[in-house]
Each structure stands twice: as structure tokens, then as C-alpha cells.
Design a protein around this ligand. Structure first.
Ligand code: GUN
Length: 291
């Protein structure tokens, strides 16, 4: 039976630590950190994510501003809104919730964000700094996973870590962080993706498997080694007949993996809340130092 990597608990600890710092800032008579979020369009999932970010801000004592636009906004107008936030000294950091409507150039939008306010860590300058092991805003999900492993003293040094999925916001940065100097870090990393043949040949030999595919219940117990650390990044909305009309499913087939794994993240309550907490952490960093 696996031990649980309790992201919900650790995220609460982190938010509490941030709140203590904010209370000190306020007691010194200074203004609180301020996060802004841009939401374009009507996606239910995106709305839910942004609303939880606003809620997190309230919880830790940050100011937040939510800018909502209909999907009829032009790319030029959106870039104009980003410039306003870049230039507003009252905003420490901001995010553009992804995905943005089809037809807009996502990279162009991300490039327009001032790297010093890019608390999502998506700007090429931050990604490059991360890859070079320089100080940077780390993307929230990989940062959250690294922090979760750190708080549970999971030894990754010299271990074989398989990352499944090469997305720009999870898989690829995760593979870089796990191979970077440090512990967590110093792992031997294999990044597998849709063109990899016989993925289970890799996962069966892995000490740590990080799955970020968006394919519900993809990783089966038969694909992992006994005692492996299993990190599930998936949160796919799967329709059901319940009150909400959907539930969340991870990329890990928990039933078959949990008895075999050494450590495992649950869904919900694993990586998701860590991601949210790390956005707050990055916003506090943006407030404290502008690099
Ligand atoms: N869409 C899915 N995850 C994220 C995230 O971490 N940040 C933003 N801005 N959009 C997302």
C-alpha cells in the first residue's frame, strides 16, 4: 500500500506560510501583493480555475483583479490589455488563463507579458532562465510537484524519473527541473511522449513516474515498478449523471497502481492544489523582488 503525497495538506501549509508573510507586510504599513488574471471567453473549466485563483488570493491576503473579456476581443485589444498590466505599478504579477480562443497566437500573447510579472513562468525568458538553473518564476505545476517531493523528503538524486508528456507547461519543464542540480533534482530523466515506442519499457524501470497526459486512467499498475513514486498531473473532466454532471479523473489508474506504489498523489487533492499554492508563492516573489 502506497503512502499518500497529500497535496491538499501541503498546499494549506504553504498558503498559511504566505499569509504569515503578508500579515507582516501589512503590519509594516505596506500594500499587499496584487495578482491580476485575464480570462477570455466562456470555458467552464477556465472560469472555475480563475475563480479558485481569486479565492486563493483572498485566503492569503493578496489583492486580486479579474479582467474578463468575451471571445470577440481581438488579438490587438488583448495585447493592449497586457501592456496596461505590464505598465501598472500596482500589479505585481498577472496571468492570462489558457487556452485563449482559437485563431489567436498564444505564443505572441505570452511573449507580450513582462517577464518580471510572468508569475505563470510561461514567458521564454523565464523558461530559459529555469533551463539554465538561474533564478526564475517556475511554472506552477512543475514547481508544485518539486515542492511536494521536497516536503515529503522524497530522494530523487540518481533515481530514474520518467515524465510522460512533453507539454510546455508541465512535461517539458518537469523534465528539466528533475534533471537540474538539487534534491529534488539530480535525477536521470526520460521524457516519453506520443512518438515513444513501448512506453511501458520505460515506466516499468522507473523509480519515479510523473504522468501529464490528460488521458484518464492511462497508467496501470502493470506498467510500474514496486515501490515507485507516482505523481498524477491529470485532471480531466469526465461527464457523469451526478449533480455536477462531471467528475475529475487523473491519468493514473489509482486502483491498480496504489497497491504497488511506494508513494502516490491522489486526484483530487494531489498536484492540483499544489499548482494553485505555487501561483501564490510566485506572486509573493514578484512582490518582494523584481528580477
Ligand atoms: N491553463 C491550464 N493551466 C494553466 C496555468 O497554470 N496557467 C494559465 N494561465 N492557464 C492555464
Amino acid at each position: 500500500m502506497a503512502q499518500i503525497l497529500d497535496g491538499l495538506k501541503v498546499s494549506k501549509d504553504i498558503k498559511q506560510e504566505i499569509k504569515v508573510e503578508v500579515d507582516k507586510i501589512l503590519a509594516a504599513g505596506k500594500r499587499p501583493p496584487h495578482l491580476a488574471a485575464i480570462l477570455v471567453g466562456e470555458s467552464g473549466a477556465s472560469k472555475a480555475y480563475v475563480n479558485s485563483k481569486v479565492k486563493d488570493c483572498k485566503e492569503v491576503g493578496f489583492k486580486s483583479t479579474l479582467l474578463k473579456f468575451s471571445d470577440t476581443i481581438t488579438e490587438g485589444e488583448l495585447l493592449g490589455e497586457i501592456q496596461k498590466l505590464n505598465q501598472n505599478p500596482d500589479i505585481d504579477g498577472f496571468i492570462v488563463q489558457l487556452p485563449i480562443p482559437k485563431g489567436m497566437d498564444e505564443q505572441k500573447v505570452i511573449d507580450a507579458i513582462d517577464a518580471s510579472k510572468d508569475v505563470d513562468g510561461f514567458h521564454p525568458e523565464n523558461f530559459g532562465r529555469m533551463a539554465l538553473e538561474m533564478e526564475a518564476y517556475l511554472p506552477a505545476t512543475p514547481y508544485g510537484i518539486m515542492t511536494l517531493l521536497e516536503r515529503y523528503n522524497i530522494d530523487t538524486q540518481g533515481k530514474h524519473c520518467v515524465v510522460i508528456g512533453r507539454s510546455r507547461i508541465v512535461g517539458r519543464p518537469m523534465s528539466i527541473l528533475m534533471s537540474s542540480k538539487g534534491n529534488p533534482g539530480n535525477a536521470t530523466v526520460t521524457l516519453v511522449h506520443s512518438h515513444t515506442q513501448n512506453i511501458e519499457e520505460f515506466t516499468k524501470n522507473a523509480d519515479i513516474v510523473i504522468v501529464a497526459l490528460g488521458a484518464p486512467k492511462y497508467l496501470k499498475g502493470s506498467m510500474i515498478k514496486k515501490g515507485a513514486v507516482i505523481v498524477d498531473v491529470g485532471i480531466t473532466r469526465v461527464e457523469d449523471t451526478g449533480e455536477k454532471g462531471y467528475h475529475l479523473e487523473g491519468d493514473v489508474d489509482y486502483e491498480s497502481c496504489e497497491p504497488k506504489a511506494g508513494w502516490i498523489t491522489p486526484v483530487p487533492g494531489g498536484v492540483g492544489p499544489m499548482t494553485r499554492a505555487m501561483l501564490m508563492k510566485n506572486t509573493l516573489l514578484a512582490y518582494k523582488r523584481k528580477f
